[in-house]
Design a protein around this ligand. Sequence first.
Ligand code: S3P
Length: 426
Amino acid sequence: MEKYFSKSNMIAGELELPGDKSISHRALIFSSMAKGTSRIENLSDAQDVISTMQCFKEMGVPFVKKGKILEVEGSGYKNFSKPANVLDAGNSGTTARLLTGLLACQDFDSVLAGDKSLSKRPMKRVADPLNAMGLNVKISDNSLPLTIGKSSNLHSVKYRLDAPSAQVKSAVLIAALHCKERSEIIDPFDTRDHTERMLNLVCEQSSEGKVIYASSLDYPKPQDYFIPSDISSAVFFIVFTLLSKDSSLTIKSVSLNPTRTKILDILINMGADIKILNETSANNEPYGDMQVKSSRLRNIAINKKDIPQIIDEIPILAIAGLFAEGYFEIRNAGELRYKESDRIRSICTNINKLGVSIQEYSDGFRIMNKSINNEHSFESFGDHRIAMAFAILCCLLNNGGKVNDFECVNISNPNFESQLMSIASV
Ligand code: S3P
């Protein structure tokens, strides 16, 4: 479906956004693992999160929706039913990678598959450390489908992440929850830490990076979860407000996890007027309200060490950079090529369509000149974050513009368009 977005003149109002996608996946996984009833409030309605829930339904976990609360009757330690079908992770890398860690520890064999885009994304990065723990994940061609066999050889591990991936880290931590001896996982990249926080794992700083300890003593128990709103969804509306004239927006109860807020630090350093109010926390996850006002932005150098913490926000940051003073450059972000699309190529192709010259590098890009033409029709590449970033761009262009295959926004935010319409005035 192709969608046209007209120029918006001013942003005003308040938004309540769906629950954070990363925290939602984990709340579903941990409550399904725990024996007994857990309650999840404000679970994300993203298609990716539905993929995780669907996999657990296939393994006999019942879910009951009661208003804003989802009740989960968790199965308990190694007590899932053997799935009758191939488990389908859909488009969701988090579902595929975290569930691989969990499935590999069950007393049954299973097969895990995904859609066309997910089937192109690297899976060896998760199979290798799990197999090094004595598990049995069979992989060919570095991709899904995976055949996951039962194993009686699971042992603890000392593992240092070699790619900046919270999904791989979490898969290894989930496997470590099935082992009596304590495992040590070292994260030199400071990737998002929801798994550690939600499981209350002991962490220490070392010269090699953050060390996380996990064993079967940390296996989840039933509990109540509140999921704060998704900062990665909020940032589309934040950038839209910053770049619009005479605008102001409040976004309620947004996740303020320090491994996710680097995008706010960068925007603030670029000149953004963003204020945080009413800070509080639930399940070790901080959150608060955000007040955003129109701002004059200028581009700044982005540090290599910050890239893992803004990896999902780079498409919309590039749009901010396009309108900010000076040139915008991202380097050291080769991981972008392994997302729902090759995001370096997707961003460069779309920015080129504007007549703006952009230099593509293996690990990033540099937006060179900024003379925008009248060709305002963009590709989503079936990638939700590309679709939303370029929809925001359309709303900022004098004649508006179109984004094709727009329905892929359902992957993270099915109500993106109505949220946009509720704050934009044309
Ligand atoms: C996620 C981790 C990141 C991120 C993804 C969600 C998670 O992926 O891009 O949207 O929930 O752990 P990687 O860990 O592969 O970088």
